[in-house]
Design a protein around this ligand. Structure first.
Ligand code: 13P
Ligand code: SF4
Length: 329
């Protein structure tokens, strides 16, 4: 697409905002897409929801709402738009559809998965329920609709402890993230039966790396996502969801910070916090990175890659997400 003078002028304020996160040489290739996507979304009454791990040109250039997975699910239930384009991974688009079954929900790349979501099936959950009869199932929102259909209540990293405590029981099945389960177990008296799923991005971090970074950067604040292994969480100053981590930086304004999570988030948060120095871990989520401006434009223009589910699946799966949304953050 051509980078015309009109497009340069119209997108200049966006570029000024993100110039520290996007090299100038890349702008002529992004700007025409940003211009056309922003025009088309108005024409079609579409809303673009973006997860915090999306790249800066998506996060700052075209999204109407960017957030963690809990807030994306809630926003999907409230939007007045006709079309939701989910710039995130498949379970996020499915969750948006469950929250807004009458809307058209599009995912720019249908193969954008998640190692946690693919670690467990509905059949696995049915077997767990047979093994532990009567024990409620709490599923991380990073699961398929089939798993949600077998679930009593969902949770995200922002409310996992609150959801588990809300059930007022002695024992829960908590799946599929074994590390998040361990984190929750450290914060509650409820006994946790977990599953052996892990996030392929967060499992790569270790405490040795964090201790080395602390040695070389005295005074640095280390903030970690609860999908990280327990030794990493122990070595950190704060643990929270992606939005929890963003708030930590916004309100504490540390001189230096390391966000122990997916790499793009530091780029996005840097834009709004110019006085904070970010030490960047570079672990990218290969699924999140499948979402690109050309794919977003293509699916919005042609209304392709629609999330479709049977009414029966929607009815069964949405209850667990709605229960979570009622409890909130
Ligand atoms: P959040 O809900 O904290 O945004 O996390 C989602 C996710 O996939 C993290 O890897
Ligand atoms: Fe899934 Fe991990 Fe990617 Fe999040 S970062 S979408 S948990 S693979």
């Amino acid at each position: 697409m051509e980078f015309t003078a009109e497009i340069r002028k119209a997108t200049e304020p966006i570029y000024q905002k993100i110039s520290k996160a996007v090299p100038e040489i890349e702008w002529p290739s992004h700007a025409p897409y940003i211009y056309e996507i922003n025009r088309l979304k108005k024409e079609k009454n579409a809303v673009i929801l973006a997860h915090n791990y999306q790249t800066p040109e998506i996060y700052h250039g075209i999204s109407d709402f960017s957030a963690d997975s809990l807030a994306l699910a809630v926003e999907a239930s409230k939007t007045k738009a006709n079309i939701i384009v989910m710039c995130g991974v498949h379970f996020m688009a499915e969750t948006a559809k469950l929250m807004s079954p009458n809307k058209k929900v599009l995912l720019p790349d249908m193969s954008a998965g998640c190692s946690l979501s693919s670690s467990i099936t509905g059949e696995d959950v049915r077997n767990l329920k047979k093994k532990y009869p009567g024990v409620p199932v709490v599923s991380y929102v990073n699961t398929s609709a089939d798993v949600k259909s077998e679930t009593d209540i969902c949770c995200t990293s922002a409310n996992a402890v609150k959801i588990v405590n809300s059930l007022d029981v002695k024992k829960v099945i908590f799946l599929p993230d074994d590390y998040l389960a361990k984190y929750v177990a450290s914060q509650t008296d409820v006994e946790i039966i977990s599953w052996k799923g892990t996030c392929e991005v967060h499992e790569q971090f270790n405490d040795f790396e964090i201790n080395e970074i602390r040695k070389n950067n005295p005074g640095i604040k280390v903030i970690a996502h609860p999908e990280c292994p327990p030794d990493v969480i122990k070595a950190s100053d704060f643990t929270g969801s992606t939005s929890g981590m963003i708030k930590y930086v916004k309100y504490n304004q540390p001189e230096k910070v390391m966000m122990v999570t997916e790499c793009s988030m530091s780029d996005n948060v840097q834009v709004d916090n110019p006085n904070v120095k970010f030490i960047r871990p570079c672990n990218l989520c290969p699924h999140m990175k499948k979402i690109t401006l050309p794919k977003i434009l293509d699916c919005l223009r042609n209304e392709t890659n629609e999330i479709l589910m049977s009414n029966e699946t929607i009815e069964k799966a949405k209850k667990s997400v709605e229960r979570m949304a009622e409890i909130g953050r």
